[in-house]
Design a protein around this ligand. Structure first.
Ligand SMILES: [Zn+2]
Length: 315
C-alpha cells in the first residue's frame, strides 16, 4: 500500500492515535508539568483529552506542539508532514491548499509551522578529528529577469552559508551578507575545529581557516580560466555545491520567491531533508517519523502573509 493511503491520513481517530503513539511511545506524560500521573478522559465531548492529576490541566496530543491552536484536523497535518518530508524540492502552500482542501492562508501557516518542526534545536558539530568539512556560500534572490539591473546586484541578495561533511550532514545558515566575522561565527559554532576545512579561495575563510586542523582551498576558476573541482591536495567543495543545487532548484521551482525574513526557515527545510536523504538509508516514512518527533516544544505565531507571498506556479 502506498504510504499516503495509510489510515492516519484520512481518518481523524487513527491520526490522533498515530500522533499519540509518536509523542508518547511508552507512557503519556503531561506536556505542562511532566507528570506521568494522568488519565484519559471519558465521554464523547472529552474525546482525545487527558487530565493531569498533578497540575489538574487538560491536554491533548496537540498541546505543546506546532499543531496547538490550529483548527486543521490532525490527519491533514500528518499528510502535510508526510508530503513535505517526502518532496525533495519542497511543496508550496498553493499545492498544500489544493491537496488538503484547506484555505491558502491555513496552508501557509501549516507549512511554516512544519518548517519550524524541521529546525534542529541543538545540531551536533560537523566533522571531527581526521574528517573534513567543506564550507561555501551562495547568493539567493533577485535573479528575476524582470528585476531592474540595479536590483540584481549582489547587494540586493541574501546569502546562505553551508558547511557540509562529504557524504554526510549539512548545516546551512542564512546571513544578510557574509563577512569574515559572521563566517567565523558560523564555522566555529557548527564545525569541530579538529576537522580539515575545505573552501574555495575566497578571503572570507583565510583567517578562520588557521583555527582548523588544516585549511585546503580549491580554485573554482572563472569563465576565462577553467578551475579544478578537486585540488591536487584533494580539497573539494562539491558536496556544498550539491546541497546548494538542491536548495536552489527547490526555491526557484517550488517556492518561486520568499522574503528574507522567512529564508532561514526554508533553509532549515532543505537542511532537514538533506540530512535524512535516501542516500543515507532513510526512506520517506522514516523521514516523516523524524519530523513528527520534531513537532514538540515549538510553537509560532506568524503575521498574515502578503497576498504576493508565493505566486501561483505557471503549471
Ligand atoms: Zn500536569
Amino acid at each position: 500500500m502506498p504510504d499516503i493511503l495509510a489510515r492516519q491520513f484520512t481518518d481523524e481517530e487513527a491520526a490522533i492515535a498515530h500522533l499519540e503513539a509518536s509523542r508518547w511511545p511508552n507512557e503519556v506524560s503531561c506536556p505542562l508539568c511532566g507528570s506521568l500521573n494522568v488519565h484519559r478522559m471519558a465521554g464523547k465531548t472529552q474525546a482525545g483529552y487527558f487530565l493531569c492529576n498533578d497540575c489538574r490541566e487538560k491536554f491533548t496530543c496537540r498541546t505543546g506542539t506546532v499543531l496547538e491552536r490550529s483548527h486543521i484536523p490532525v490527519h491533514k497535518w500528518l499528510l502535510a508532514i508526510h508530503l513535505m518530508s517526502a518532496s525533495k524540492k519542497g511543496m508550496s502552500a498553493h499545492q498544500l491548499h489544493r491537496m488538503l482542501g484547506i484555505t491558502y492562508k491555513s496552508a501557509w501557516f501549516l507549512a511554516h509551522r512544519i518548517r519550524e518542526a524541521m529546525t534542529e534545536k541543538n545540531p551536533p558539530r560537523l566533522g571531527g578529528e581526521g574528517k573534513s568539512v567543506q564550507a561555501d556560500e551562495t547568493y539567493y534572490g533577485n535573479t528575476s529577469k524582470r528585476a531592474k539591473g540595479w536590483r540584481k546586484g549582489h547587494r540586493h541578495k541574501e546569502q546562505v552559508v553551508a558547511l557540509v561533511e562529504p557524504k554526510g550532514r549539512v548545516r546551512a545558515v542564512h546571513v544578510k551578507s557574509a563577512n569574515k566575522a559572521n563566517i567565523r561565527e558560523i564555522l566555529v559554532r557548527n564545525a569541530d575545529r579538529r576537522s580539515e576545512l575545505h573552501t574555495d579561495e575566497s578571503k572570507l575563510y583565510t583567517e578562520v581557516g588557521r583555527e582548523f586542523a588544516a585549511h585546503k582551498t580549491v580554485e573554482h576558476g572563472s569563465q576565462y580560466a577553467p578551475g579544478f573541482y578537486v585540488s591536487e591536495e584533494g580539497a573539494t567543495t562539491n558536496a556544498a555545491e550539491n546541497f546548494f543545487g538542491i536548495f536552489k532548484r527547490g526555491m526557484f521551482g517550488t517556492y518561486h520567491k520568499c522574503e528574507a525574513q522567512h529564508l532561514a526557515r526554508y533553509v532549515a527545510e532543505f537542511e532537514f531533508r538533506y540530512n535524512r536523504r535516501s542516500g543515507l538509508g532513510i526512506n520517506d516514512k522514516m523521514r516523516a517519523e523524524a519530523l513528527l518527533k520534531g513537532v514538540e516544544g515549538k510553537r509560532l505565531a506568524y503575521r498574515i502573509p502578503r497576498s504576493n507571498q508565493e505566486p501561483e506556479a505557471a503549471s
